[in-house]
Design a binder for this molecule. Structure first.
Ligand code: 5RP
Length: 235
């Protein structure tokens, strides 16, 4: 049998570990991305096996809704529940204080609403996502109203960022978010003060939300592969 790609294997095992943390009666924030997709699949398996009952999912994207329906996770909305007990979501970078860059899937606006409301927020990543300082490897996604792209680009450049309008894959032109907006990917040399930068960017007129998640994560599950064997550790 062909061996699974190590990154995919890490994502699968960390998704499985997160799914194992879910208890019956949970209102679950369902994140977006390829790692969370494994968690959703394994949660669905546990529901189908009768191990988990009375689960309600609050999706963070169209992707999360589609996967929840596919794997049999009942959905709800923030109009219908007061509490999210647990959110499970991926990240593009994680620093030692559990601050994150998210938005690789352009879903960070809804993700921040759902993950930020959760009593517990478990981040699921492979080991390549761990960094000493945010901004080291990944550009910061910023969701912007289309009519404000030019002034917001100038404002982000003035903050020291190198700005790129995110373009679609298998779709000509820019990526359009689930809310009908565009995404600017902003590369900073390093992000020394994430909370300040998060607030400064969100204060630019036309910005909906940026991908800095500061002080929201309560646990980080990291998938690693050594000698072909996948392990998961909790930070
Ligand atoms: C989507 C996200 C994702 O959670 C993040 O991009 C990680 O994705 P993956 O698990 O596919 O590496 O923030 O907006």
């Amino acid at each position: 049998m062909a061996e699974m790609d190590p990154v995919k294997l890490m994502k699968q095992e960390v998704g499985r570990a997160a799914a194992a943390r879910v208890e019956s009666g949970t209102v679950l924030g369902l994140g977006t991305g390829s790692t969370t997709a494994f968690a959703v699949q394994f949660i669905g398996d546990r529901i189908a096996a009768g191990e988990l009952t009375d689960i309600k999912g609050v999706p963070t994207s169209f992707q999360a809704s589609v996967l929840a329906k596919k794997y049999g996770i009942p959905l709800t909305t923030l109009d219908e529940v007061d509490t999210i007990h647990l959110a499970i979501d991926g990240a593009d970078e994680v620093d030692p204080q559990f601050n994150l860059i998210k938005g690789g899937g352009a879903a960070h606006t809804r993700e921040k609403i759902v993950d930020g409301l959760a009593e517990k927020f478990i981040v699921v990543v492979d080991s390549s996502k761990l960094v000493d300082q945010l901004g080291s490897t990944f550009a910061l996604p910023v969701e912007v109203l289309p009519m404000a792209i030019a002034p917001v680009t100038r404002a982000l450049t003035a903050l020291g960022g190198t700005v790129d309008l995110r373009m679609g894959i298998k779709k000509d032109g820019p990526v359009i978010t689930d809310q009908g907006n565009m995404v600017l990917d902003v590369k900073f040399e390093a992000i020394a003060a994430p909370a300040e930068l998060e607030a400064t960017i969100n204060n630019i007129p036309g910005v909906l939300e940026n991908g800095l998640f500061v002080g929201l994560a309560t646990e980080v599950l990291v998938g690693e592969v050594k000698d072909g064997q996948a392990t998961v550790r909790s930070l």
